[in-house]
Design a protein around this ligand. Structure first.
Ligand SMILES: C[S@@+](CC[C@H](N)C(=O)[O-])C[C@H]1O[C@@H](n2cnc3c(N)ncnc32)[C@H](O)[C@@H]1O
Length: 269
C-alpha cells in the first residue's frame, strides 16, 4: 500500500485529462510519429504508474505498437493498472513492483524510447531527480512529465486562511515522501533546470486542475490539505476545518490547483 488509493487516483483522473497541456501533448505526438514512422515498436516506461491513469490517457496518442513497462511500489495499484490497461493489437505490458527510491534507474530506463511520469516528481528529491535525468541523458531517452504540482492553490474563499493553508501544504509537500526531502512545489522548476542543464529540447505548459463547484472529489482534495496543514500547525486544526466547511458550503466555489507538464527530447535525437 502506498497511501494513494485506487478510488482517489480515479477521482483525480477526471481532473487530469482536461488539465493536460495540449501544446505539450502535440509535441509528444509529433515526436512519436517521427520516432516510429513505419510501425516500429516504442518502448515506454511509466514511473509511479499507480492504477494506470497515465497509460490509459497516452495509449490512444501513440501510433506504434508499444511495449509498456509500468513501475510502482504498490502491487494492488499495478494489478488494477494491468486489468484496465488500454492495449492495441501488438502491444505488450509488464508491471514491475519496485521502490523507485532505491531502484537502479539506469537499468530501469535501458532501451526506453520514452520515460513518462504523472504526478510523481513533486514526491521526489533533487538527488533522485538528478540521478534519473542523468540516466535518461546517458540513454538518449525522451521524457514526458505531466501534472507536476507547482505550489499554486486558488479557491474563492477567505483568502487569508487560504494563504496560510497553501503555505503549510507546500511546507508539508517538502517533507520526505520516501525519496529524501521532497521537491514539492519546486519540482516543476527543478525539472526545467535539470533538463536545460542536459541540453534537452523542452516544451512545457500549464496543466492546472480546475475543480468545478460541487465536484464529488472536492471533500477529499480539500480534506487532504486540511490534514497536511494541521500536521504542520496542529493548534490551527479547528480553524482549517471551519475554513473547509465554508468552502464546501459555497455552491459557486471553483478550485484551481497549479501544475505543469514537460515534454523533453535529448540533444541530437
Ligand atoms: C500521485 S500518485 C500518481 C499515480 C499515477 N501516475 C496517476 O497519475 O494517477 C503517485 C504514485 O507514485 C507511487 N510511488 C510513490 N512513491 C513511490 C516509490 N518510492 N516507488 C514507486 N512508486 C512510488 C505511488 O504508489 C502512486 O501510485
Amino acid at each position: 500500500m502506498s497511501g494513494f488509493s485506487d478510488a482517489w487516483l480515479s477521482a483525480r483522473a477526471a481532473w487530469d485529462s482536461p488539465a493536460r497541456s495540449r501544446s505539450v501533448e502535440d509535441a509528444l505526438v509529433g515526436w512519436a510519429r517521427k520516432r516510429a514512422p513505419d510501425g516500429q515498436r516504442l518502448r515506454v516506461v511509466d514511473l509511479g504508474a499507480g492504477n494506470g491513469n497515465n497509460q490509459r490517457h497516452l495509449a490512444p496518442l501513440l501510433p506504434a505498437p508499444v511495449d509498456w513497462m509500468l513501475v510502482d511500489s504498490d502491487q494492488a495499484l499495478l494489478a488494477s493498472a494491468e486489468r484496465t490497461a488500454d492495449l492495441k493489437p501488438g502491444d505488450s505490458l509488464v508491471a514491475e513492483v519496485t521502490d523507485l527510491a532505491h531502484a537502479d534507474l539506469a537499468k530501469l530506463v535501458v532501451a526506453a524510447d520514452l520515460v513518462t511520469a504523472s504526478a510523481l516528481f513533486d514526491l521526489a528529491s533533487q538527488d533522485w531527480l538528478d540521478n534519473l535525468l542523468d540516466a535518461l541523458a546517458d540513454e538518449g531517452t525522451a521524457l514526458l512529465a505531466v501534472l507536476t504540482y507547482d505550489g499554486r492553490i486558488e479557491a474563492g474563499t477567505d483568502q487569508e486562511t487560504l494563504a496560510e493553508v497553501r503555505d503549510l501544504v507546500n511546507r508539508h509537500q517538502r517533507t520526505d515522501k520516501g525519496f529524501g526531502p521532497a521537491l514539492g512545489p519546486d519540482a516543476s522548476a527543478a525539472l526545467s533546470a535539470g533538463l536545460a542543464a542536459r541540453a534537452y529540447d523542452v516544451r512545457d505548459g500549464e496543466s492546472d486542475w480546475i475543480v468545478a463547484p460541487g465536484d464529488p472529489g472536492t471533500r477529499e482534495l480539500v480534506g487532504g490539505w486540511v490534514e497536511a496543514a494541521s500536521e504542520m500547525a496542529p493548534e490551527r486544526v479547528r480553524d482549517f476545518e471551519a475554513w473547509a466547511e465554508t468552502l464546501y458550503a459555497q455552491p459557486e466555489a471553483k478550485i484551481r490547483v497549479g501544475h505543469r507538464d514537460h515534454f523533453a527530447t535529448p540533444p541530437l535525437s
